[in-house]
Design a protein. Sequence first.
Length: 198
Amino acid sequence: MRPPRIGVLALQGDVREHLQALSTVGADPVAVRRRAELDAVDGLILPGGESTTISYLLDESGLADPLRARLADGMPAYGACAGMILLATEILDAGSGPRVAVALGGIDMTVRRNAFGRQVDSFEDYLSVTGLDGPVHAVFIRAPWVERVGPDVTVLARAAGHPVAVRHGAVLATSFHPEVTADRRIHELFVALVTGRA
Ligand code: GLN
């Protein structure tokens, strides 16, 4: 069986870190900047970065509508931090004017952008994540939290009482950044979702 071809949306943010992480967990990683690259992947990571900037670049590059269509069609996806925001169906504090984060769908949830930021800009925690043995070192950087989940969404982890890791079918999202730690279990979980093993 060929390794799953997993894209990393490569417009802005932690692209290199996710490509590197994917290469260590049995995937065939590919940077996605164009429509043809998006069409060729089995699953896609939307990295952390700045959701307003990534939204602007998605629009500029003509990738926004094709990406929405692939998500609606059931493509497995994983969004970290800014990527979690983009995978929501509704965004609170999305920004204004041209600097607005756009919800692409994928997970039936309402996400509040920069939610933890009002209390503490960045922090780290050890979280218990459903399905993983032992705590996950979770790094939060101007992170969102989830305020509402639909009936088909499973909450996998919470911080300060709020969902920070969720799954809706084969679409996964975390408020935190596993790519900046050495723990590859979240990437392994996503590869398993892409290959249908989870
Ligand atoms: N606050 C950022 C945003 O709105 C997300 C931060 C991150 O991805 N580290 O996109």
